[in-house]
Ligand binder design. Sequence first.
Ligand code: PLP
Length: 359
Amino acid sequence: MKRARNFSAGPAILPESVLEIVQKEMLSYRDSGMSVMEMSHRSSLFENIIEEAEQLLRELMGIPEGYKVLFLQGGASLQFAMAPMNLVKTGKVGYINTGSWAKKAISEAKILGVPHIDVLASSEGDGFTHIPEIPAVDEAYDYIHITTNNTIEGTAFQTIPRFVNAPIVADMSSNILSNLYDVNDFGLIYAGAQKNIGPAGLTIVIVKEDLIQTEKTLPSMLDYRTHIKNDSLYNTPPSFAIYVAKLVFEWLKDLGGVTEMVRQNEEKAGLLYRTIEESSIFTSPIAVDSRSITNIPFVTGDKDLDAKFVKEATNAGFLNLKGHRSVGGMRASIYNAFPYEGVKELTEFMKAFEAKEGK
Ligand code: PLP
């Protein structure tokens, strides 16, 4: 069975060895006679899975005491609302506007009626082609929100800013576990699972417990306290997705953890960026000092030629290379499970296309 060279921005490819384990255990997980999909989330077998998943994630990311790990649903999009609902105290929050997802996060805070929302820096005026300079902020904010990696635009924070009087809330959906971070730099981290972690339907939240507002009355499912109190088992969790996530965490640990992953990701991204730099038809629209290693856009500057490239690439088995509709051109998403070989094949295809187009 030939696997596709799938450059999807998400859901994205999973490690083959993980899928093989899933397949092997599909009908009977550890002699239980049932799939994890069919198993009670109150069973000791499933409790072991979710506990191990949490332990592994704690180990991989170095999550300290005082931070809770939650396995939730609703995607990163629900966290755009849950973060303000649970963390706003004084009513003053800050956002760094680095792209479409950051804008959506800001928009949810507005819908909730958060009284004072400051956009402290933005690169919107430049089409989000770089991470804006982050000003020093001494004022107190309930939090300042950043998007560590901008999936659509292909930019990433190269260093995490520090704010003296504000914890950072980070949307890490597209680079959790593929960049090295110190969890202590954040008050809250959230990420949809469907890029680096596992199937869609699972959302990871890592939250510093003492930031959570205790004065609030929120619907139970939207209150972090509910999920903390119940170890993410208040209601039926996305059990199968949590099981696959656990397998992905094991795979990553065996590989050498996040440090080794970063090395591999930099190698893959380096090869693709070098090919773009050396090309006479492809260019990167992204400032060198802001480039993502997981989502890499490139353009020819000619819409028809872009479309031709995408069509021919698709026919050759390189899938989902079309850039997001808001940006155009091409985008290769090369998350953790994407193999170096696949990137190499793409760069060879790009070079052949360039030679054929005669430029
Ligand atoms: N934030 C970022 C950075 C994303 O890349 C995405 C999805 O691609 C989202 C948020 C939305 O995630 P979800 O579909 O899990 O709500």
